[in-house]
Design a protein around this ligand. Structure first.
Ligand SMILES: Nc1ncnc2c1ncn2[C@@H]1O[C@H](COP(=O)(O)OP(=O)(O)OP(=O)(O)O)[C@@H](O)[C@H]1O
Ligand SMILES: [Mg+2]
Length: 323
Protein backbone atom coordinates (compact mmCIF):
# COMPACT_ATOMS: atom_id res chain seq x y z
CA UNK A 1 0.00 0.00 0.00
CA UNK A 2 1.12 3.56 -0.72
CA UNK A 3 2.28 5.88 2.02
CA UNK A 4 -0.12 8.76 2.72
CA UNK A 5 2.81 11.12 2.13
CA UNK A 6 6.27 10.62 0.76
CA UNK A 7 9.05 13.13 0.28
CA UNK A 8 11.75 11.97 -2.12
CA UNK A 9 15.22 13.50 -2.20
CA UNK A 10 13.96 16.93 -1.19
CA UNK A 11 16.62 19.63 -1.39
CA UNK A 12 16.21 23.26 -0.38
CA UNK A 13 19.06 25.76 -0.39
CA UNK A 14 19.17 29.19 1.17
CA UNK A 15 22.12 31.54 0.67
CA UNK A 16 25.03 29.89 2.47
CA UNK A 17 23.07 26.91 3.81
CA UNK A 18 21.54 23.70 2.52
CA UNK A 19 18.47 23.50 4.78
CA UNK A 20 17.31 20.18 3.30
CA UNK A 21 19.84 17.96 1.58
CA UNK A 22 18.17 15.14 -0.39
CA UNK A 23 15.78 14.35 2.45
CA UNK A 24 13.66 11.19 2.27
CA UNK A 25 10.57 10.87 4.44
CA UNK A 26 7.37 8.88 4.42
CA UNK A 27 4.36 8.52 6.71
CA UNK A 28 1.29 6.31 6.60
CA UNK A 29 -2.37 7.01 7.25
CA UNK A 30 -3.08 6.48 10.94
CA UNK A 31 0.55 7.07 11.90
CA UNK A 32 2.11 9.61 14.23
CA UNK A 33 5.50 10.25 12.69
CA UNK A 34 7.96 12.41 14.60
CA UNK A 35 10.48 14.62 12.86
CA UNK A 36 13.33 14.95 15.32
CA UNK A 37 16.36 17.20 15.05
CA UNK A 38 18.38 19.87 16.76
CA UNK A 39 17.91 23.58 16.09
CA UNK A 40 18.57 24.32 12.46
CA UNK A 41 18.35 20.67 11.38
CA UNK A 42 15.82 21.58 8.67
CA UNK A 43 12.54 20.40 10.22
CA UNK A 44 10.51 23.55 9.60
CA UNK A 45 11.90 24.01 6.12
CA UNK A 46 10.81 20.49 5.19
CA UNK A 47 7.33 21.16 6.57
CA UNK A 48 7.13 24.45 4.73
CA UNK A 49 7.84 22.57 1.53
CA UNK A 50 5.14 20.01 2.30
CA UNK A 51 2.64 22.80 2.96
CA UNK A 52 3.42 24.72 -0.23
CA UNK A 53 5.09 27.70 1.48
CA UNK A 54 8.43 26.91 -0.16
CA UNK A 55 9.16 25.17 -3.43
CA UNK A 56 11.92 22.58 -3.27
CA UNK A 57 15.00 23.05 -5.44
CA UNK A 58 15.03 19.30 -6.07
CA UNK A 59 12.94 16.30 -5.18
CA UNK A 60 9.29 15.38 -5.23
CA UNK A 61 6.22 15.18 -3.02
CA UNK A 62 4.11 12.07 -3.44
CA UNK A 63 0.65 11.76 -1.89
CA UNK A 64 -0.93 8.30 -1.85
CA UNK A 65 1.34 7.26 -4.72
CA UNK A 66 0.69 10.35 -6.86
CA UNK A 67 3.32 13.02 -7.47
CA UNK A 68 2.02 16.50 -6.72
CA UNK A 69 3.35 20.02 -7.15
CA UNK A 70 2.31 22.79 -4.82
CA UNK A 71 2.47 26.35 -6.07
CA UNK A 72 0.95 27.85 -2.95
CA UNK A 73 -0.25 26.87 0.54
CA UNK A 74 -3.77 26.73 -0.90
CA UNK A 75 -2.72 23.82 -3.15
CA UNK A 76 -1.49 21.92 -0.09
CA UNK A 77 -4.69 22.65 1.83
CA UNK A 78 -6.72 21.40 -1.13
CA UNK A 79 -4.62 18.23 -1.03
CA UNK A 80 -5.56 17.76 2.64
CA UNK A 81 -2.38 19.03 4.30
CA UNK A 82 -2.41 21.53 7.16
CA UNK A 83 0.24 22.83 9.53
CA UNK A 84 0.05 24.29 13.00
CA UNK A 85 2.95 26.74 13.00
CA UNK A 86 5.03 27.67 16.02
CA UNK A 87 3.54 31.15 15.87
CA UNK A 88 -0.22 31.06 15.57
CA UNK A 89 -2.08 32.73 12.74
CA UNK A 90 -5.30 33.78 14.40
CA UNK A 91 -7.31 37.01 14.30
CA UNK A 92 -7.51 38.24 17.89
CA UNK A 93 -10.84 40.12 17.89
CA UNK A 94 -12.64 37.27 16.11
CA UNK A 95 -14.29 34.32 17.81
CA UNK A 96 -13.02 30.76 17.72
CA UNK A 97 -15.71 29.75 15.21
CA UNK A 98 -14.96 32.76 12.98
CA UNK A 99 -11.25 31.94 12.98
CA UNK A 100 -11.93 28.31 12.17
CA UNK A 101 -14.05 29.18 9.17
CA UNK A 102 -11.61 31.88 8.01
CA UNK A 103 -9.15 29.20 7.04
CA UNK A 104 -11.74 27.40 4.95
CA UNK A 105 -12.23 28.53 1.39
CA UNK A 106 -14.86 25.94 0.53
CA UNK A 107 -18.62 26.45 0.76
CA UNK A 108 -19.47 28.51 3.80
CA UNK A 109 -15.95 29.94 4.08
CA UNK A 110 -16.48 31.71 0.77
CA UNK A 111 -19.68 33.45 1.71
CA UNK A 112 -19.88 36.79 3.41
CA UNK A 113 -22.81 35.88 5.64
CA UNK A 114 -21.66 33.24 8.10
CA UNK A 115 -24.03 30.61 9.37
CA UNK A 116 -22.66 31.14 12.83
CA UNK A 117 -24.79 28.58 14.64
CA UNK A 118 -23.96 25.79 12.21
CA UNK A 119 -20.25 26.57 12.35
CA UNK A 120 -20.26 26.71 16.15
CA UNK A 121 -22.05 23.36 16.25
CA UNK A 122 -19.50 21.74 13.94
CA UNK A 123 -16.61 23.23 15.95
CA UNK A 124 -18.14 21.94 19.19
CA UNK A 125 -18.48 18.45 17.65
CA UNK A 126 -14.84 18.41 16.58
CA UNK A 127 -13.79 19.72 20.01
CA UNK A 128 -15.56 16.86 21.72
CA UNK A 129 -14.38 14.19 19.32
CA UNK A 130 -10.70 15.10 19.50
CA UNK A 131 -10.51 16.39 23.08
CA UNK A 132 -9.94 20.03 22.09
CA UNK A 133 -11.76 21.90 24.82
CA UNK A 134 -12.47 25.46 23.74
CA UNK A 135 -15.59 27.62 23.63
CA UNK A 136 -16.53 28.27 19.96
CA UNK A 137 -17.89 31.68 20.96
CA UNK A 138 -14.82 32.86 22.87
CA UNK A 139 -12.68 35.54 21.27
CA UNK A 140 -9.07 34.68 20.58
CA UNK A 141 -7.70 37.44 22.83
CA UNK A 142 -9.48 35.78 25.75
CA UNK A 143 -7.67 32.47 25.28
CA UNK A 144 -4.46 31.05 26.70
CA UNK A 145 -1.75 29.93 24.27
CA UNK A 146 -2.77 26.31 24.83
CA UNK A 147 -6.35 27.14 23.87
CA UNK A 148 -5.20 29.11 20.83
CA UNK A 149 -3.24 26.07 19.71
CA UNK A 150 -6.44 24.02 19.97
CA UNK A 151 -8.15 26.55 17.68
CA UNK A 152 -5.35 26.06 15.12
CA UNK A 153 -5.85 22.29 15.27
CA UNK A 154 -9.62 22.75 14.97
CA UNK A 155 -9.03 24.89 11.87
CA UNK A 156 -7.11 22.02 10.30
CA UNK A 157 -9.76 19.47 11.25
CA UNK A 158 -12.58 21.72 10.01
CA UNK A 159 -10.85 21.79 6.62
CA UNK A 160 -10.73 18.01 6.85
CA UNK A 161 -6.94 17.86 6.70
CA UNK A 162 -5.76 14.27 6.42
CA UNK A 163 -2.13 15.16 7.05
CA UNK A 164 -1.47 17.46 10.01
CA UNK A 165 1.93 18.89 10.81
CA UNK A 166 2.52 20.20 14.33
CA UNK A 167 5.70 22.28 14.56
CA UNK A 168 7.20 22.10 18.08
CA UNK A 169 3.68 22.15 19.53
CA UNK A 170 4.62 21.70 23.19
CA UNK A 171 6.84 24.79 23.34
CA UNK A 172 3.90 26.88 24.56
CA UNK A 173 2.22 24.24 26.75
CA UNK A 174 2.29 23.26 30.41
CA UNK A 175 2.98 19.54 31.08
CA UNK A 176 -0.73 18.97 31.67
CA UNK A 177 -1.63 20.65 28.37
CA UNK A 178 1.09 18.65 26.61
CA UNK A 179 -0.43 15.40 27.88
CA UNK A 180 -3.84 16.49 26.59
CA UNK A 181 -2.29 17.35 23.23
CA UNK A 182 -0.74 13.88 23.02
CA UNK A 183 -4.21 12.37 23.49
CA UNK A 184 -5.56 14.58 20.72
CA UNK A 185 -2.69 13.53 18.46
CA UNK A 186 -3.41 9.85 19.13
CA UNK A 187 -7.13 10.41 18.51
CA UNK A 188 -6.41 12.04 15.14
CA UNK A 189 -4.21 9.09 14.15
CA UNK A 190 -6.85 6.62 15.33
CA UNK A 191 -9.21 8.45 12.98
CA UNK A 192 -6.92 7.50 10.07
CA UNK A 193 -5.10 10.83 9.75
CA UNK A 194 -1.35 11.24 9.50
CA UNK A 195 0.26 13.40 12.15
CA UNK A 196 3.78 14.73 11.62
CA UNK A 197 5.00 15.76 15.04
CA UNK A 198 8.04 18.03 14.98
CA UNK A 199 10.18 18.10 18.10
CA UNK A 200 13.67 18.20 19.46
CA UNK A 201 12.56 16.56 22.74
CA UNK A 202 13.35 12.88 22.96
CA UNK A 203 10.86 11.96 25.66
CA UNK A 204 8.01 13.51 23.65
CA UNK A 205 8.91 11.47 20.63
CA UNK A 206 8.91 8.34 22.80
CA UNK A 207 5.56 9.31 24.33
CA UNK A 208 3.56 10.06 21.21
CA UNK A 209 5.09 8.75 17.98
CA UNK A 210 4.97 5.44 16.12
CA UNK A 211 8.04 6.13 14.00
CA UNK A 212 10.63 8.85 13.96
CA UNK A 213 12.76 10.35 11.23
CA UNK A 214 15.88 12.06 12.50
CA UNK A 215 17.24 15.08 10.65
CA UNK A 216 20.75 16.31 11.20
CA UNK A 217 22.22 19.34 9.42
CA UNK A 218 19.64 19.09 6.67
CA UNK A 219 20.01 15.38 6.06
CA UNK A 220 17.65 12.52 6.93
CA UNK A 221 19.84 10.29 9.07
CA UNK A 222 17.46 7.43 9.89
CA UNK A 223 13.82 6.41 10.24
CA UNK A 224 13.12 3.99 13.07
CA UNK A 225 10.09 2.58 14.91
CA UNK A 226 9.91 4.37 18.24
CA UNK A 227 9.32 1.11 20.13
CA UNK A 228 12.78 -0.02 19.04
CA UNK A 229 14.51 3.24 19.97
CA UNK A 230 15.84 4.40 23.30
CA UNK A 231 16.44 7.97 24.44
CA UNK A 232 20.11 7.23 24.09
CA UNK A 233 19.90 5.85 20.55
CA UNK A 234 17.73 8.78 19.46
CA UNK A 235 20.11 11.29 21.03
CA UNK A 236 23.03 9.67 19.25
CA UNK A 237 21.21 9.86 15.91
CA UNK A 238 20.24 13.46 16.56
CA UNK A 239 23.67 14.83 17.47
CA UNK A 240 25.87 12.33 15.64
CA UNK A 241 27.76 10.92 18.63
CA UNK A 242 27.08 9.04 21.86
CA UNK A 243 25.66 11.33 24.55
CA UNK A 244 25.05 10.95 28.25
CA UNK A 245 21.30 10.85 28.97
CA UNK A 246 20.48 12.20 32.36
CA UNK A 247 18.53 14.96 33.99
CA UNK A 248 20.73 17.59 32.42
CA UNK A 249 20.75 16.04 28.97
CA UNK A 250 17.01 15.36 28.84
CA UNK A 251 15.30 17.65 31.35
CA UNK A 252 11.58 17.36 32.10
CA UNK A 253 9.20 18.74 29.52
CA UNK A 254 8.18 21.61 31.71
CA UNK A 255 11.65 22.73 32.69
CA UNK A 256 12.62 22.70 29.06
CA UNK A 257 9.46 24.40 27.83
CA UNK A 258 9.85 27.04 30.51
CA UNK A 259 13.44 27.83 29.72
CA UNK A 260 12.95 27.87 25.96
CA UNK A 261 9.89 30.10 26.33
CA UNK A 262 11.81 32.44 28.62
CA UNK A 263 14.62 32.58 26.11
CA UNK A 264 12.21 33.26 23.30
CA UNK A 265 10.56 36.08 25.21
CA UNK A 266 13.90 37.57 26.23
CA UNK A 267 14.92 37.57 22.60
CA UNK A 268 11.73 39.23 21.42
CA UNK A 269 11.96 41.72 24.27
CA UNK A 270 15.43 42.69 23.20
CA UNK A 271 13.93 43.69 19.86
CA UNK A 272 12.83 46.67 22.00
CA UNK A 273 9.11 46.65 21.25
CA UNK A 274 7.41 48.04 24.41
CA UNK A 275 4.61 45.45 24.06
CA UNK A 276 7.06 42.59 23.81
CA UNK A 277 9.14 43.91 26.67
CA UNK A 278 6.02 43.92 28.78
CA UNK A 279 5.35 40.32 27.80
CA UNK A 280 8.83 39.49 29.05
CA UNK A 281 8.31 41.28 32.35
CA UNK A 282 4.95 39.57 32.79
CA UNK A 283 6.49 36.24 32.02
CA UNK A 284 9.17 36.63 34.66
CA UNK A 285 6.65 37.84 37.21
CA UNK A 286 4.29 34.96 36.45
CA UNK A 287 7.14 32.51 36.88
CA UNK A 288 7.98 33.77 40.32
CA UNK A 289 4.38 34.44 41.38
CA UNK A 290 2.95 31.04 40.58
CA UNK A 291 6.06 28.95 40.87
CA UNK A 292 6.31 28.17 37.18
CA UNK A 293 2.71 28.70 36.08
CA UNK A 294 4.10 29.37 32.65
CA UNK A 295 3.32 31.49 29.71
CA UNK A 296 -0.30 30.35 29.50
CA UNK A 297 -0.73 31.44 33.10
CA UNK A 298 0.89 34.77 32.35
CA UNK A 299 -1.41 35.22 29.40
CA UNK A 300 -4.48 34.31 31.42
CA UNK A 301 -3.39 36.57 34.26
CA UNK A 302 -2.84 39.47 31.91
CA UNK A 303 -6.43 39.11 30.76
CA UNK A 304 -8.00 38.59 34.16
CA UNK A 305 -9.80 41.53 35.73
CA UNK A 306 -8.39 42.85 39.00
CA UNK A 307 -9.70 40.87 41.95
CA UNK A 308 -10.44 37.77 39.85
CA UNK A 309 -9.12 34.44 41.18
CA UNK A 310 -6.32 34.44 38.62
CA UNK A 311 -5.20 38.00 39.26
CA UNK A 312 -5.29 37.35 43.04
CA UNK A 313 -3.18 34.23 42.63
CA UNK A 314 -0.53 35.80 40.46
CA UNK A 315 -0.87 39.48 41.31
CA UNK A 316 -0.92 40.05 37.59
CA UNK A 317 -4.29 41.57 36.78
CA UNK A 318 -4.46 44.70 34.64
CA UNK A 319 -4.32 46.85 37.78
CA UNK A 320 -0.85 45.53 38.52
CA UNK A 321 0.55 45.83 35.02
CA UNK A 322 3.90 47.50 34.79
CA UNK A 323 3.72 51.07 33.50
N1 LIG B 1 13.89 31.67 4.97
C1 LIG B 1 15.15 31.34 5.23
N2 LIG B 1 16.19 32.03 4.70
C2 LIG B 1 17.46 31.68 4.95
N3 LIG B 1 17.82 30.63 5.72
C3 LIG B 1 16.84 29.91 6.26
C4 LIG B 1 15.46 30.22 6.05
N4 LIG B 1 14.71 29.31 6.72
C5 LIG B 1 15.57 28.48 7.33
N5 LIG B 1 16.85 28.84 7.06
C6 LIG B 1 18.05 28.14 7.51
O1 LIG B 1 17.91 26.77 7.18
C7 LIG B 1 18.39 25.94 8.21
C8 LIG B 1 17.27 25.04 8.69
O2 LIG B 1 16.33 25.85 9.36
P1 LIG B 1 14.95 25.27 9.92
O3 LIG B 1 14.20 26.42 10.47
O4 LIG B 1 14.30 24.46 8.88
O5 LIG B 1 15.47 24.32 11.09
P2 LIG B 1 14.64 23.66 12.28
O6 LIG B 1 15.09 22.24 12.35
O7 LIG B 1 13.20 23.92 12.11
O8 LIG B 1 15.22 24.44 13.54
P3 LIG B 1 14.50 24.93 14.89
O9 LIG B 1 14.54 23.76 15.82
O10 LIG B 1 15.37 26.05 15.34
O11 LIG B 1 13.11 25.37 14.57
C9 LIG B 1 18.93 26.86 9.28
O12 LIG B 1 20.32 27.01 9.07
C10 LIG B 1 18.21 28.16 9.03
O13 LIG B 1 18.99 29.26 9.45
MG1 LIG C 1 11.77 24.90 13.26
Amino acid sequence: MHSAVELRRITKRFPGVVANDHVDFDAAAGEVHALLGENGAGKTTLSNILTGLYRPDEGEIVLSGRTVEFHSPRDAIDAGIAMVHQHFRLVSPFTVAENVVLGDHRDVGRTFMLQTRAIEKRVAELSRRFGLAVDPRARIWQLSLGEQQRVEILKALYQDARILILDEPTAVLTPHEADALFETVRAMAADGRTVIFISHKLHEVKAVADRVTVLRRGRSIATVPVAEATLRSLAALMVGREVEIGRRADPSAWAEARSSRSRELRETASASSPRRSRACVLWRRAQSACGGGGCAAATRARRSPPGSPMSRRTGLGPASRPA
